[in-house]
Design a protein. Structure first.
Length: 322
């Protein structure tokens, strides 16, 4: 049904996203009533909700952007590496971004607003290493993931070392976010997602063999690097603001391909919408299931993503032979 009429799924996803954003805004430790919102819009009064808005709205906007960015990043990485298990966290990209962020804050904290850019540089290092190794040694998908996990472990060790500094604050999910964080993530999302849409028509061609691509005049290696850089930028900017958020880029593109097929002109826009909804919903669940305690979004992602990864491997999503 959805493969023939993907617009129906897009409309359903947008409606779900709008409903979830509204619910996330009004539900919390202190609920906001619809009449309070109308009063605030019409008269500017109801100042009692201003503080709630300043606490709740930034995290909703950040969750929205992060979900869209990580889902797009995962879909792009899977296309670039031709690997259905490719995802920024598993490849060490997110950890590399966090290491670069940490070094920047240690050496030049006054450059705080450039965190997404410096995080991108840090995320590119593990990606380039993996890209070069995959081209040189023709790595099978599972072996590629194993190398990514090894880089993730090394970089996480560095992060644990930096975390010993009591004056250094690591990003921890969506709690206590400010409007400065919103500015950084929105700017990064606009740049990264705009590049994703611009390159969307080229992504399907990344599945071609090199000889086929050359016959069509398509420089496949160049575009793999360009698309890979966009994917790394999206994931790195997200990680710099909220820390590691595992498996979003793995789960969402996989579900979307199951629903509408593998045409990236459809997969990418729908992944962006569903990814945004998924992360906003996860954050909503995390802060409402057992108030006043919060379950970090990353914990929920791991509980969902771990079984999905096992399923993909066991069901033959990757046909490797060691």
């Amino acid at each position: 049904m959805f493969q023939q009429h993907p617009r129906i799924l897009v409309i359903i996803s947008l409606i779900l996203l709008c409903i979830t954003i509204y619910i996330s805004f009004v539900i919390g430790t202190i609920p906001i009533h619809f009449k309070d919102i109308l009063l605030k819009i019409s008269t500017g009064e109801a100042s009692n909700i201003d503080t709630i808005i300043d606490l709740r709205l930034p995290r909703i906007l950040i969750a929205l952007c992060v979900g869209a960015m990580l889902s797009a990043s995962g879909a792009l990485l899977q296309a670039v590496l031709q690997n259905p298990l490719a995802e920024a966290q598993l490849l060490g990209v997110s950890s590399g971004a966090l290491v670069a962020r940490t070094i920047l804050l240690l050496l030049a904290p006054q450059l705080f607003f450039y965190i997404p850019l410096l995080s991108f540089v840090g995320g590119m290092l593990p990606f380039l290493m993996l890209f070069i190794l995959s081209v040189k040694f023709k790595l099978l998908p599972t072996r590629m993931i194993l190398i990514g996990v090894a880089m993730f472990a090394m970089l996480t060790g560095l992060l644990d070392l930096f975390a010993q500094n009591p004056f250094l604050k690591m990003p921890q999910g969506f709690t206590m976010k400010t409007w400065n964080d919103v500015k950084m993530i929105v700017l990064s999302a606009v740049i990264g997602l705009a590049m994703t849409i611009i390159l969307m028509s080229k992504v399907n061609l990344l599945a071609l063999e090199e000889k086929q691509a050359n016959n069509l005049g398509f420089h496949i290696t160049k575009y793999r690097l360009i698309v890979g850089m966009v994917a790394v930028f999206l994931a790195s900017a997200s990680s710099a603001i909220v820390g590691p958020l595992a498996f979003v880029g793995l789960i969402i593109p996989h579900i979307v391909r199951k629903l509408i097929g593998a045409n990236y002109k459809q997969v990418l826009p729908l992944s962006i919408i569903i990814g945004a909804w998924f992360v906003v919903m996860t954050d909503l669940l995390g802060r409402t299931v057992h108030p006043p305690l919060e379950i970090p979004a990353n914990v929920i992602m791991m509980l969902i993503g771990g079984p999905v990864l096992i399923y993909l491997i066991c069901k033959g999503a990757v046909n490797d032979a060691y």
